[in-house]
Design a protein around this ligand. Structure first.
Ligand SMILES: C[S@@+](CC[C@H](N)C(=O)[O-])C[C@H]1O[C@@H](n2cnc3c(N)ncnc32)[C@H](O)[C@@H]1O
Length: 231
């Protein structure tokens, strides 16, 4: 089993340049949905929080589309935060980076709390289930009342149970891709990864246990966007 090497410059750069889209051919659509939800909150004086913010691809879209938005960006990879600083140089003052570990948010001092929205894109599968549950409880405490938590992430697939159907949908997702990975390559890559995608039911159960109202708004192949609201 191999763990993604976010701390290595080469790995970080290659994910940023190629693999973000190659591993997830519908990523642009998913991010559009996430940002449409954030836009739908309307202008706000507060800051947003991004957990596992990476190389700043999501913030670029947010800053282009939401002229008032400001984002606290938490990640535990200095290489990814460095890539983000380069990408976001035109947006000084609109983001604040924190080098922090989602496995231990209790030691993090969060600026600009409480938040009206917290979000996380393609990052929560990196931490074990117990940590995810602790993150959901922490996020609940960081939000305003009626604040929202949007989770876009890879969920646990059932490749063994429904192999042909997964292959069919993977090929359909890649029908406009120039050099797609075959389904077998994709499977091998993910079967050998040391990470922790949870099932949709588990995610919804943990969010509800933390006090959120929660529902999935998007589910395609092994990707989901879950919306949760603090009542
Ligand atoms: C697949 S990238 C997604 C980046 C960004 N959210 C996006 O969608 O473009 C996953 C990110 O999670 C970060 N990450 C992984 N484990 C983490 C942890 N324990 N605490 C904080 N960040 C973590 C990685 O460094 C990486 O930047």
């Amino acid at each position: 089993m191999t763990k993604d090497a976010w701390e290595e410059e080469g790995f970080a750069k290659s994910w940023d340049a190629v693999n973000a889209a190659r591993d997830n051919p519908d990523r642009a659509n998913q991010l559009d949905l996430l940002i449409t939800l954030l836009e739908g909150m309307g202008p706000d004086d507060g800051w947003l929080l991004d957990l596992g913010s990476g190389s700043g691809q999501v913030e670029t879209l947010i800053f282009e589309r939401m002229p008032h938005a400001r984002v606290v960006c938490l990640d535990n990879s200095e290489e990814m935060l460095k890539l983000a600083s380069g990408r976001l140089s035109a947006y000084d003052g609109r983001y604040q980076q924190i080098l922090g570990d989602m496995n231990d948010l209790e030691v993090v001092e969060f600026p600009h709390t409480p938040y009206s929205a917290v979000f996380s894109s393609q990052a929560l599968h990196e931490i074990p289930h117990e940590s995810k549950q602790a993150v959901y409880q922490k996020v609940y405490g960081l939000l305003h009342s009626r604040g929202v938590f949007y989770i876009l992430d890879r969920i646990e697939p059932r490749f063994d149970d429904l192999r042909d159907e997964y292959e069919c949908v993977w090929n359909r997702l890649n029908r406009r891709t120039d050099a797609p990975m075959t389904f077998n390559e994709y499977r091998e890559r993910y079967d050998s990864k040391e990470d922790y995608p949870a099932s949709l039911d588990e995610q919804l159960g943990w969010l509800k246990a933390a006090g959120f109202l929660a529902a999935p708004l998007y589910l395609h192949f092994n990707r989901a966007l879950i919306a949760a609201r603090k009542p």
